[in-house]
Design a protein around this ligand. Structure first.
Ligand code: ZN
Length: 302
């Protein structure tokens, strides 16, 4: 019972958010999935999801205007102080705690630059002043647009569970090649040609040869996490840079490429190196994928 109630509450909050994004699209003509992606990015920046309906936090001096030090919410007074805060729910107050006011304010901040994709990108850059943040928001907006959904929780195991494979928790082990490095991932051993699949919804952010990784793919998901697949024998024909993927989409197959110039192969047994990196809005760091792999493996086998 407890679980189903929690799931229902989850469902409700997604529906409520979606309704707000669509309402703000109607008011601003900016597509809903940009608001959804901004909100999603800021929520995932937090250490814990506090269940807030809309997580976007506009800095107070930007919202109220410099000089409006008592933070008066009257829209006209905010305007007088050149604040950006806007009233989205028709009560003449621009309240930074009110979801409709927050989204309408964000819409107006973007509209200062225009409504095209490029305008929105420039607006986001000027607001966040960080390339990775803009890239993540744009990628997430592409995923939301493609699936017309914000509640995307499916997952898959990165190698086909119908093939033979094995893996242990090797995160943090020391590696010799290329000086002292620690092992930032889990190695999943499997035969050449075993299909490699996307574990998550996301966008292919990187492809190509890397000295250590060989033929590798990087996918930025909708939770501010970067998924790194290395030592592949090659890519699936349909896989392109910038492409939106979903869990289970085949990316390529297991190989043993890397540790040398392009084309180097066979210096170690075939395996998929799988790494995960989290971005908190300031920096990006590697964390242990092993517990997630265990969970996704169970999901894939069910
Ligand atoms: Zn590895």
């Amino acid at each position: 019972m407890g679980i189903s109630h929690a799931e229902e509450a989850e469902e409700d909050i997604h529906k409520e958010r979606m309704a707000l994004f669509k309402k703000t699209e109607a008011l601003t003509q900016i597509p809903w999935y940009y608001f959804a992606a901004i909100e999603n990015y800021e929520r995932n920046m937090k250490k814990e999801d506090d269940g807030e309906l809309i997580s976007i936090a506009v800095p107070p001096e930007l919202w109220f205007g410099l000089g409006n030090s008592s933070m008066i919410k009257d829209e006209k007074i905010i305007e007088f102080f050149s604040g950006k805060g806007k009233d989205g729910n028709g009560d003449s107050k621009a309240d930074p705690e009110n979801p409709e006011d927050i989204l309408y304010t964000m819409g107006n901040i973007i509209l200062e630059y225009g409504q095209t994709k490029d305008d929105i990108k420039i607006a986001l850059w000027n607001y966040y002043k960080r390339d990775l943040t803009v890239q993540t928001i744009i990628n997430t907006s592409k995923v939301f647009k493609k699936f017309q959904e914000i509640n995307l929780t499916d997952r898959d195991f990165p190698v086909s569970v119908n093939y033979n494979y094995s893996y242990n928790n090797t995160w943090g082990d020391r590696r010799g090649f290329g000086g002292l490095r620690i092992h930032e991932g889990t190695d999943i051993f499997a035969g050449y040609g075993t299909p490699i699949k996307s574990t998550t919804y996301g966008v292919i952010e990187m492809m190509g040869w890397n000295l250590y990784g060989g033929w590798r793919i990087g996918i930025r998901d909708i939770f501010n996490i970067y998924h790194y697949y290395a030592h592949m024998s090659g890519y699936d024909d349909d896989i392109k840079l910038g492409q939106v993927v979903k869990p289970g989409d085949v990316l390529g197959s297991v190989g043993s490429t890397g540790y040398g110039p392009p084309g180097t192969s066979g210096k170690f047994p075939p395996h998929l190196h799988y790494g995960m990196y989290k971005d908190n809005g300031y920096s990006e760091w590697s964390f242990d994928p092993y517990p997630y792999l265990k969970k996704w493996e169970r999901m894939a086998k069910d």
